[in-house]
Design a protein around this ligand. Structure first.
Ligand code: SF4
Ligand code: SF4
Ligand code: SF4
Length: 339
């Protein structure tokens, strides 16, 4: 029985956070279904991780290259479900220079000790400059070196956010930022890398992937772009969009100020939904409240390798990708039966 897995100590602790046994089991059942893990395996894995003494907990090392810290902020804003926050609180995040209290030599000592010990999950936020190492130095070394040395001793590497996965915005800058896989391939470091792209990282995607690695000890199934298949790669934004009926009817928004056009298709304003294979239309953002297309913004394919240089300018259909999408429309490739 999965109820028996939860000790009184753990249940008491959850109660302090206002989480009942029922809530916890419900959360485990839902999350296990999304992750494709058996409910029993998930519940016992999480209970085990939560009950371990601090010294035995799986360590998480979070390093940051060319980034805006938006991915860290996205994660720290998570408040629902509280259970996910509790699990993350209890995982040992040893080093994250944006949110850790320690600084200077003390912080570097934590980093060095953790790397020496090995066996941690490495989370990487931000791109690595490929034009010249001096574009990003920290802790007395180039970021590239920090990434290489910390990846070597890790069990798995999670590249969070578009910058870390494929270069993102820094790829369009003089530093020519590149993603984690590219850095590790160049250095011939063979580690499993999970690209949890989008700008910023979606907290559900990150928490789900961490939980998967924690419970199973391996990385989840990936799509052709190295992203967790449970969240990416299946259905295009375009096929699930609530503006889709207007696309099919040939109604394309041209004037933002015309109330009649409010819900029309945004393709001609530069929407990249047809090449975006992410679950935003069903998962949405900000704890399920809304997401780009439902609040009048365009999809900029922020989780795809083409983001950012090939999707700009953002609010017209002039980018390389928009031109490709318009050509696909002309060829009739964006209609339901063809997609
Ligand atoms: S992916 Fe976006 S939010 Fe995350 S660090 Fe890069 S620019 Fe910032
Ligand atoms: S082009 Fe964009 S706005 Fe139009 S239906 Fe497709 S995803 Fe929705
Ligand atoms: S709708 Fe598009 S741009 Fe917005 S978060 Fe999702 S993938 Fe990124």
């Amino acid at each position: 029985m999965k109820e028996d897995i939860l000790s009184d100590k753990l249940l008491n602790e959850l109660e302090i956070y206002g989480v009942s046994r029922r809530d916890f089991l419900k959360y485990c059942a839902t999350t296990a279904a999304i992750l494709g893990i058996s409910e029993l395996e998930f519940t016992s894995g999480i209970a085990y991780a939560l009950e371990k003494p601090t010294s035995g907990k799986p360590a998480v090392l979070w390093i940051e290259g060319q980034a805006c810290a938006g991915c860290t902020i996205a994660l720290t804003q998570v408040s629902y479900p509280p259970i996910a926050s509790i699990i993350l609180d209890k995982i040992s995040v040893r080093y994250d220079h944006t949110i850790m209290a320690a600084a200077g030599h003390l912080a570097e000592k934590v980093y060095e000790d953790t790397v020496k010990q090995g066996g941690y999950i490495l989370i990487v936020e931000g791109a690595t400059p490929s034009a010249d190492d001096r574009f990003h130095m920290g802790g007395g070394m180039p970021f590239r070196k920090r990434l290489e040395e910390s990846a070597r001793n890790s069990t798995a590497v999670l590249a969070v956010g578009a910058c870390s996965a494929y270069g993102g915005i820094p790829r369009a800058c003089p530093s020519k930022g590149i993603g984690v896989s590219e850095v590790l391939n160049k250095a011939k470091i063979n580690k499993p890398v999970v690209n949890i792209s989008t700008c910023p990282v979606h907290p559900d995607h990150l928490i789900g992937t961490i939980l998967y690695v924690l419970v199973t000890g391996k990385v989840p199934e990936l799509d052709s772009k190295g992203r967790p298949a449970m969240y990416f790669g299946e259905v295009s934004m375009h096929d699930n969009c609530r503006r889709r009926a207007h696309f099919d009817a040939g109604e394309f928004l041209k004037d933002w100020n015309d109330p009649k056009q409010k819900n029309w298709c945004l393709l001609e304003k530069g929407c990249k939904g047809p090449v975006s294979y992410i679950d935003c239309t069903v998962r949405r953002w900000n704890e399920g409240i809304s997401f780009c297309l439902d609040c009048g913004g365009l999809c900029q394919a922020c989780g795809e390798p083409v983001f950012y240089d090939k999707v700009t300018p953002l609010y017209t259909a002039e980018s390389e990708i928009s031109q490709k999408i318009l050509a696909m429309r002309e060829a009739g490739l964006l209609m339901k039966e063809n997609s």
